[in-house]
Design a protein around this ligand. Sequence first.
Ligand SMILES: [Mg+2]
Length: 369
Amino acid sequence: MPNTTLENSPNAVLNKSVAERYMHLPCPENKVKATYIWIDGTGENVRAKTRTVDFVPKKPEELPVWNYDGSSTYQAEGTNSDTYLCPVAIYNDPFNGGNHKLVMCDTYKYNKKPTETNHRHTCLQAMEAAKDTKPWFGIEQEYTLLDMDMRPLGWPKNGFPGPQGPYYCGVGANKVYARDIVESHYSACLYAGINIAGTNAEVMPAQWEYQVGPCEGISIGDELWVSRYILHRVAEDFGVIVTFDPKPIEGDWNGAGAHTNFSTKAMREDGGIIEIEKAIDKLSRNHLRHIQAYDPKGGKDNERRLTGRHETSSIHDFSAGVANRGASIRIPRGCAEDKKGYLEDRRPSSNCDPYAVCEALVRTCILDE
Ligand SMILES: [Mg+2]
């Protein structure tokens, strides 16, 4: 039987066992591949390139500032294109193993000002100002796997799978597609040192989720972006495409979000429900600011997803409720019972920039801006 699913994927066709010959060659001890990762001018796609360094880096500050051609990433004019890459976090490299590293970077223009899609810069300022409240974040990253024809992986070529119902947390070859990718990504994140908390199959077939957190402060953004890079790379090995589009298929199919769980030290302590309610009150008065920060197109992407159907709230209204998956903010039942814990902001879209999302939460709920 021909492999019709992936026949147009050049990466899936390559014989991966050949690479094994080279990937296990011994590497000189003082030579480390450092793969610098950054967010491009779309605000949602990652780019990466690799260089050799002559030592094993322990902290991002030890690594050199590097640069790239920003005119090829929608971030600069060709006549003034050198854009700076500043290392901000390092992780073990699950693709090369050994001492090799993945290096998350933020980006600066020729004049040393942050690029338009560098939301880490102001997020870090907010996190520093809010440091004493110990803000924790956990993000539920949903995504969809696509075949090379940009249709969800495993869907019939001239039609649709059966209606939603059996797929969420599903088990079995007719319920879930490409668990290989999901499990490989999970292991690769653990190896890298990402604080990945779990994974599950989602409501729409070929849609999956993993969670990162809890992370304190700026690290939530660094870890989520690197986990996305790892996911793209693992899927690339299988010849499959990952999309973070919040509504990949119109109609009666669930979209994809990045539900963001948030708490402060005071919320996590006894009686913290009062603090959670205060935060929800502040969020209710800043709905628009948050919608603008919760996808890379200022709310345009989320418009397709936050319809009030398919476990979402309407983009136009703010709502909150205990155990309510149709609300903007959900208070988990357990937190309502314990009278402490965290809140879940269900509005961020799957392609959101976690730096922008978490900065908005901190500025509204903690810094009262
Ligand atoms: Mg989910």
